[in-house]
Ligand binder design. Sequence first.
Ligand code: FAD
Ligand code: NAP
Length: 314
Amino acid sequence: MLDCAIIGGGPAGLTAGLYTTRGGLANVVMYEKGMPGGQITQSSEIENYPGVTGEITGMELMMPWPEQCQRFGLKHEMVEVTRVSKSESGHFLIHKLDGTTEEALSVIVGTGSTPKKAGFVGEETFFGRGVSTCATCDGFFYKGKEVAVVGGGDTALEEALYLAKICAKVYLIHRREQFRAAPNTIERVKNSGNIELVLNAVPEEVYGDKMGVTGIRVKFQDGSTRNIDVPGVFTFVGYNVNNEVLKQDDGSFLCEVNAWGEVVVDISMRTNVHGLFAVGDMRIAAPKQVVCAAGDGATAALQAIAYVDEILNG
Ligand code: FAD
Ligand code: NAP
């Protein structure tokens, strides 16, 4: 029986691993289907992790994290978890892709979320070289320059407003006339002064050279096209929350999730199921930043320690 099972080895899961083991839990396993580190390892530069100065890639940032955890006894199993359920004894059951299961007193899930692709030519080729899905992460690289934002939901409009404070101009490209964002957000975008609306326009291609993106071509409903020359294109066309491990055989979720599949947690990262915590990008209102995911991991770990202590010692 594990004291704690951690699903996902990104910044949230690794920090949960550090705090649970260093905080006294004896038998903790982190299940990660790939190499630990999470999605930040795809980033060529991270500038906003506190205390880390100088040019550093996401991979370099995350490199020491697993070793630090292992020093305090965290075990790492490289396997995909297919499901977390409740066993007859009331404990958690971890189902693994290799067909084996493990019982755990507490579970911290930090499997992240994945931004959806818009599907235009060049999106993959230029990802990380001018195409981005994170304004907080990459907006600063375009300080004083012009950028394009693709999407018409709350995320696209809020991120366009964020970028408009840093960049000279933002082209907001949306495939319809109407936005699906909240009315007051739409109003703020319209009043911003440096956001140009490019409506009824579908992104066709992001083009560039070996240095990166130089522009985006959009196609309007009447068939005409326009080239918008910008060094940065931000796409916000929705997210897939990686919540599959919480799905049960009957299709329901083990704990409460909202309409978009984000796990509902309280300020201590507790779900509505005792002993089950959700951390990082997969939880409601996640800022989707490494520092925040790490903070969630620490918060959940402290709660998990208290929870396990109560079960074992009353
Ligand atoms: P993730 O990092 O997504 O980690 C989840 C882990 O769970 C993954 O390793 C995955 O393999 C594993 N997993 C998923 N499902 C399973 C399963 N069923 N079984 C086992 N393992 C599983 N943030 C910043 O603060 N600053 C930046 O500059 C910045 N730049 C970014 C640049 C890029 C290109 C990207 C993609 C993201 C960037 N971010 C940045 C965002 C940051 O990476 C995320 O907010 C952070 O990684 C979220 O951490 P997490 O632990 O919640 O999830
Ligand atoms: P979303 O609401 O699903 O919006 C995605 C947007 O991208 C839509 O405008 C959609 O166009 C467009 N789009 C989708 N696929 C596209 C493609 N292939 N090419 C071009 N455009 C494409 O996603 P979101 O903005 O990330 O928001 C997700 C949920 O979180 C929403 O319910 C939102 O309200 C919520 N949220 C709330 C807040 C807040 O309350 N402050 C902040 C952020 C997010 P169409 O409109 O034509 O479908």
